[in-house]
Design a protein around this ligand. Structure first.
Ligand SMILES: [Zn+2]
Length: 164
């Protein structure tokens, strides 16, 4: 297969070995290079390597950034659904069938006794042309704080560099 080179093989530009763990992009004596962890630690200890940025590991899937997409169902979802359904002239049976849910479930939702799931709300939004989901705010710190005791050596290096 051509062009499936998302995973590039990295070689240490100091010792020439294939980098299997994290790769480091560092300036060594003013020249930007890709280093294996052991060369990076050796050279940074002696002050010759200065981290530019950390490359992601070759085999590990791109570290997923916490994509925080949280939604909440609007408070008056029951009214919105019912009035939109009535505006279309659909009975609860018809709408339930279109949504592939039971009519009794739809009735519960329309009477506010049951909140639709996000997935169901999305389908209702499309079908009825209404808005049921509102993005909720997320707490940044919760996701950016490193797990206690969970720092790897590489993370520590990066953190220290960033504080410079
Ligand atoms: Zn090396």
């Amino acid at each position: 297969m051509i062009g499936s080179s998302q995973r590039e093989t990295l070689y240490c530009e100091v010792c020439g070995s294939e980098i299997r763990g994290p790769a480091y992009r560092a300036e060594v004596d003013g020249v930007e290079m890709t280093l294996c962890p052991s060369c990076y630690y050796k050279l940074s200890k002696s002050g010759r390597a200065r981290l530019v940025r950390r490359r992601s590991e070759r085999r590990v899937r791109r570290p997923r950034r916490p994509r925080i997409e949280m939604y909440d169902i609007v408070g008056d979802y029951d009214e919105r659904i019912r009035s939109a359904r009535e505006a279309k002239g659909w009975s609860t049976a018809v709408l339930a069938q279109k949504l592939r849910i039971s009519e009794s479930m739809l009735k519960k939702i329309e009477s506010g006794k049951m909140k639709p799931t996000i997935d169901l709300a999305r389908r209702m939004e499309k079908l009825l042309g209404i808005e049921l989901l509102v993005p909720t705010e997320f707490e940044d710190e919760e996701y950016t704080a490193p797990p206690p005791g969970g720092l790897t050596l590489g993370d520590i290096v990066v953190v220290r560099r960033d504080e410079d």
